[in-house]
Ligand binder design. Structure first.
Ligand SMILES: O=C(O)[C@H](O)[C@@H](O)[C@H](O)[C@H](O)COP(=O)(O)O
Length: 241
């Protein structure tokens, strides 16, 4: 991770979600013809999605410009409660006027996790208009990420071969979690104007401090981007004690 990311510290998790949601609406307003938002799974962003899909904020985003992607997904049907697509759909997508073709979900109806990964790589390349990433032209305007207790982010887990992948845009990760995962790789996640980590709760304090300390054994600490990294945290996750 680049040294000295911007850290925004909120009083509590609710305020953190509000600040992140408002920051996102501002970013969307600054966008040109398209605004691409790469979503995270996990429990922390759920409230952000609810706020973006809620009566107060949804009208502040021109959803006709928005394109939604997922940094990672569990290889379960979209109707499964563990699906990252379902979480974002229920919290936000169902409540906003985004054209269906601009919701770029990871297809979990593929025959295998690997096929799902390949299909998603092709979908991303199609949107981007190239199969190689130009450092001057980020794929995403914003990538949202979480931080797992073990330092994972997206579905990049400690010790996994996915961490070394530089060529494939999307890979399958089998045998780490009960269900296979599909995840974007570092070069793709990093191709973002802004990377926003959402981290809340005292349970994340120690691991966040290790990530900020640059412990490169932790996948989250190895995110690199030519854009900006911002951490939206609450006091419990950030304070010394
Ligand atoms: O699909 C997922 O689960 C993720 O994308 C994952 O990387 C998540 O962001 C972290 O595990 C933090 O999750 P919490 O926000 O629930 O702590």
């Amino acid at each position: 991770m680049i040294p000295g990311p911007f850290v925004d510290v909120a009083e509590n998790a609710e305020e953190m979600a509000e600040r992140a949601a408002i920051w996102l609406t501002t970013q969307a307003a600054l966008a040109g013809e398209r605004w691409s938002l790469n979503l995270s799974g996990g429990s922390t962003p759920k409230r952000v999605y609810e706020l973006l899909g809620g009566a107060e904020l949804r009208g502040r985003i021109d959803w006709r410009k928005a394109h939604l992607f997922w940094g990672d997904e569990r290889f379960v049907p979209h109707s499964n409660p563990d699906s990252n697509y379902k979480m974002a759909f229920d919290a936000m997508i169902a409540h906003v006027p985004i054209p269906a073709a601009q919701v770029h979900a990871i297809r979990t109806d593929a025959d295998s996790p690997q096929e799902a990964a390949d299909l998603y790589a092709a979908a991303l390349q199609d949107y981007y208009g190239s199969r190689s990433i130009d450092p001057e032209r980020p794929l995403f305007d914003v990538t949202l990420l979480g931080l797992g207790d073990d330092g994972h982010t997206a579905s990049l887990f400690p010790g996994s071969s996915a961490l070394e992948e530089r060529r494939a845009w999307v890979v399958s990760v089998v045998g780490v979690k009960p269900e296979p995962r599909i995840t974007q790789t570092y070069p793709v996640l990093g191709s973002s104007r802004n990377i926003l980590f959402l981290v809340a709760g005292a349970g994340k304090r120690e691991i966040l401090s290790c990530v900020l300390g640059g412990d490169l054994s932790l996948p989250a600490a190895r995110i690199e981007t030519a854009g900006a990294i911002r951490i939206f945290a609450d006091k419990a996750a950030i304070s010394a004690g």
